[in-house]
Design a protein around this ligand. Structure first.
Ligand SMILES: [Zn+2]
Length: 481
């Protein structure tokens, strides 16, 4: 293998860490085969943007130095030709590869090469060590000192490391490690390269952990292995995606019998464990809804409610995360149905025509020009689409989910749209009591379970009625602004 392969040791300097917004400022490459440097190539690149001061002082590459350098566009073809047929070698290769892909993408070109990461190579050959950054490798293996943080300096260090391990570990060991790494190109450098082989293919919830077992991310999928692999691939190169990959130290998963179980488990873990990289974990729990109640003249008046009683869902219209969201919905209903702005609470109380009336957008309930019954009927029709679903069963139910592939069964115990527990057989249901349990009503699980059980075409799940289990205590999240 070593005889036939040209390794292109490559390093980039950039204006920052995000390949979709930051740009390349320097490229250094050495083509190497069997201990011999075939060619050395380095270029400064005009990034078409300012280099942040801290990066200028870190790399020594200043705005002035790149002002007259060619843009990437001008060196793109030469670099493609240089690297053609090579194995690209880089330290934390995911970073360099993502930047090259992004630069070529901007030019409407594709860029693809087999990639070998020397962080992963070091990790594989020296699993007893935790740190594999370049400074550590230089110190650990007494490699010659180079000009760090300039492209060709880092390339020299990489080459020295490569040549060192060939001697220290012997060619067969290194070649077998390289082959292995080239087979699993997309796995983040701190995870075992064969991790994907262990992740189940079926439905479930997966978790990524970082250093000190910090929970970074919880996700779900009906095809876990495929989804986990998509997190690893360099294709989603957002700053968060790259950061998440670099911080991953461990992957864990829970198999489920299907999509609904996976979604409910994911939701529960995001809410209770607040993983660092799940955006939803930041969303507040507080909920608002709209209630329609007759005023002293009998007209239905809309009122925002902050304390939702899950036993009276049929009295509410819509679930909202903020007062603003609720008002947007109210304005929508008002405009579509020519309802009174004052009765909807969109205008301050007062006498005479509401503001909407003066614009000709209210049929005049505020001025006594519209009949109470007629107005109320129009209001109910207008709000109909927002009506919350009342729980249609006399008590808790077991929703059966089965995976024909794995033979796994999950019975989700659900009451008032809230997931209370999961068991795996009907026998387990008889031992269950919900009497001393408490659950919290929340919008996400409401929407999810309503969709699964009442969604288009009806439920695909078998539902077992379980009134004998008793009802759990329902906690209502406190409504604060
Ligand atoms: Zn009005």
């Amino acid at each position: 293998m070593l005889k036939e392969t040209v390794f292109a040791f490559l390093d980039l300097e950039t204006t920052g860490g995000n390949s979709s917004t930051d740009r390349i400022t320097e490229v250094g490459v050495r083509l190497w085969r069997e201990g011999e440097v075939l060619e050395e190539w380095q270029r400064l690149v005009n990034p078409d943007t300012r280099i942040p001061a801290f990066i200028q002082s870190f790399t020594g590459i200043t705005d002035a130095m790149v002002a007259d350098a060619p843009r990437f566009e001008a060196i793109a073809d030469e670099l493609q030709a240089l690297l053609k047929g090579c194995v690209l070698v880089a330290h934390n290769a995911r970073f360099d590869y993502a930047f090259l892909k992004a630069e070529y993408r901007r030019l409407g070109q594709s860029f693809a090469l087999p990639v070998l990461c020397t962080v992963k190579l070091s990790r594989k050959l020296y699993p007893e060590h935790d740190r594999h950054n370049m400074d550590t490798l230089i110190a650990r293996h007494s490699l010659p000192q180079v000009k760090r943080h300039r492209a060709i300096g880092d390339v020299e260090a990489m080459q020295a490391f490569f040549e060192h391990v060939l001697v220290a570990k012997g060619e067969p060991v290194v070649v077998s490690a390289i082959k292995d790494l080239l087979l699993h190109p997309a796995v983040p450098s701190h995870l075992p390269p064969d991790i994907l082989a262990y992740v189940p293919r079926g439905p479930g919830v997966y978790r990524f952990y970082g250093e000190d077992d910090v929970l970074l991310y919880v996700g779900k999928s009906t095809h876990m292995r495929e989804r986990v692999a998509s997190h690893f691939s360099g294709d989603h190169n957002s700053r968060r995606g790259v950061q998440l990959s670099q911080r991953m130290r461990r992957v864990e998963w829970t198999e489920t019998a299907g999509d609904l179980s996976a979604m409910l488990l994911e939701l529960k873990e995001i809410k209770t464990l607040s993983p660092l990289y799940n955006r939803r974990s930041r969303a507040a729990k507080r909920l608002l809804s709209i209630e329609l109640r007759p005023n002293e003249d009998g007209f239905l008046q809309a009122r925002l409610v902050r304390e939702i009683d899950p036993q009276r869902l049929g009295d509410y219209y819509g679930l909202f995360r903020s007062k603003k969201d609720a008002e947007v919905a109210l304005r929508g209903v008002a405009a579509k149905n020519e309802l009174c702005g004052r009765l909807l609470g969109l205008e301050p109380p007062g006498q005479g025509p509401c503001f909407q009336r003066t614009l000709g957008r209210c049929k005049g309930a505020c001025e006594g020009l519209e009949d109470v019954l007629r107005y109320n009927l129009r209001a109910q029709i207008g709000f109909h689409g927002l009506h919350l679903k009342t729980w249609p069963w006399p008590g808790p139910v077991g929703v059966v989910e089965q995976d024909p592939e794995s033979g796994r069964t999950d019975i989700l115990v659900i009451y008032n749209w809230m997931h209370i527990d999961t068991v795996h057989s009907e026998a387990e249901l008889t031992d269950l009591s919900l009497k001393n349990r408490s659950v919290t009503f929340d919008m996400d699980s409401y929407k999810l379970v309503v969709k699964a059980l009442l969604g288009r075409g009806g439920t695909r799940h078998r539902v077992i009625e379980l009134p004998a289990l008793g009802a759990p205590e329902i906690l209502v999240p406190a409504g604060t602004e």
